[in-house]
Design a protein around this ligand. Structure first.
Ligand code: IPM
Ligand code: MG
Length: 368
């Protein structure tokens, strides 16, 4: 049987704890669909800087390119927060990886499990039924634009927000295609009342609309979108936006799903996809068995659906997470704020529950 090669990049902080459970969820669900895996672990981020001086060592990129898919934990370390002058930073590794693999689209589903309605800081009447699919442009915009830097005297710094037509077009097409399979509503989020690059963005999206006559396109300014997202999230279905707006809006949207610890993402655009939780490395809770592994576990479900083309295995993982939540189990970050009855678990115990439940559901459905 052919083995599926997965490159695992634990990264920094809680990355190792959460990817350990992602790996096991993938293996367990995969075993019911005759999938066998071979996992290769490589360095990224602060861990890689410490070992090699480079946040994305060549060996890491080469291994990712040679894999069927990549599973990433998180990168980042507080060391850099207090030393903004440092030139080599963990985040550069992640950005170079996205660019190096040609992953121009970051897909972030805002998947709300009913059981977590009470875990959100927002009112449940507002959020119940929310289901949004974000398409965040990932290899362009202000994250990569040149020139960037500081003027000689050091007192002035600048970044460039730049988009080429083809960059907007390729991700817009993906978002339109997704809209066609869903509610046929597409919100394109920009700042076209102020920014040139946003005016181009809007023009390109507008040019595509005749190709998808069934899709209703709503152009929205990012400040308004940020407000609408918590005012009435159910108005959104597919949201298309640029790199930095997407970064910010998806952190905001995670509060609809209860916690940053619940959101998975898929970065796609070439043969090898990268699957990662949207949360950071959470150094304050690293190594304490407190992190929520569900975002990473759900990222492996996305991997099954998109990269590995075994959606049934992806569904098995999501169903298991759903059942564990239904049974009342919670990590600290997704506690029900209105009851003392929470069954609080650590990272390990939550991971174990998910694995047990994958087995239980598979047996119930006679997948053995
Ligand atoms: C994310 C993260 C990254 C980003 C950081 C770690 C560079 O916030 O994936 O959302 O800004 O893209
Ligand atoms: Mg972010």
């Amino acid at each position: 049987m052919k083995k599926i090669n997965i490159c695992v990049l634990a990264g920094d902080g809680i990355g190792k704890e959460v990817t350990d459970w992602g790996v096991q969820a993938l293996e367990t669900a995969g075993s019911y669909y005759n999938l066998t895996f071979s996992f290769h672990h490589e360095l990224l981020g602060h861990a890689a800087i410490q070992a090699t001086g480079n946040p994305l060592p060549e060996a890491t990129l080469a291994r990712c390119k040679a894999s069927d898919a990549v599973l990433l934990g998180a990168i980042g370390d507080p060391h850099y927060d207090l030393n903004p002058h440092l030139k080599v930073r963990p985040e550069q590794g992640l950005l170079a990886l996205r660019k190096g693999l040609g992953l121009f689209a970051n897909i972030r589903p805002i998947l709300l499990f009913d059981e977590l309605l009470e875990s959100s800081s927002l009112k449940k009447e507002i959020i119940r039924g929310t289901d949004i699919l974000f398409f965040r442009e990932l290899t362009g915009g202000i994250y990569f634009g040149q020139p960037r830097g500081r003027k000689e005297d050091g007192a002035v710094a600048f970044d460039t927000k730049i988009y080429a037509k083809y960059e907007v077009e390729r991700i817009a097409r993906m978002a339109f295609e997704a809209a066609m399979t869903r509610k046929k509503i597409l919100h394109s989020v920009d700042k076209a009342n102020v920014l040139e690059s946003s005016r181009l963005w809007r023009e390109v999206v507008q040019e595509l609309t005749p190709k998808y006559p069934e899709v209703e396109v709503i152009h929205m300014y990012v400040d308004n979108a940020a407000m609408q997202l918590i005012k009435d999230p159910k108005q959104f279905d597919v949201v298309l936006t640029g790199n930095m707006f997407g970064d910010i809006l998806t952190d905001e949207a995670s509060q609809i799903a209860g916690s940053l610890g619940m959101l998975a993402s898929a970065s796609v655009g070439s043969e090898v996809g990268l699957y990662e939780p949207i949360h950071g490395s959470a150094p304050d809770i690293a190594g304490k068995n407190l992190a929520n592994p569900l975002a990473t576990i759900l990222s492996t479900a996305l991997m099954c659906n998109r990269g590995l083309n075994v959606p049934a295995a992806g569904k098995l993982i999501v169903d298991a997470v759903d059942a564990v939540l239904k049974a009342g189990y919670r990590t600290r970050d997704i506690m029900d704020q209105h009851t003392d009855e929470n069954k609080i678990l650590g990272t390990r115990e939550m991971g174990e529950r998910v694995l047990e439940t994958i087995h239980a559901i598979a047996k119930e459905n006679v997948l053995v």
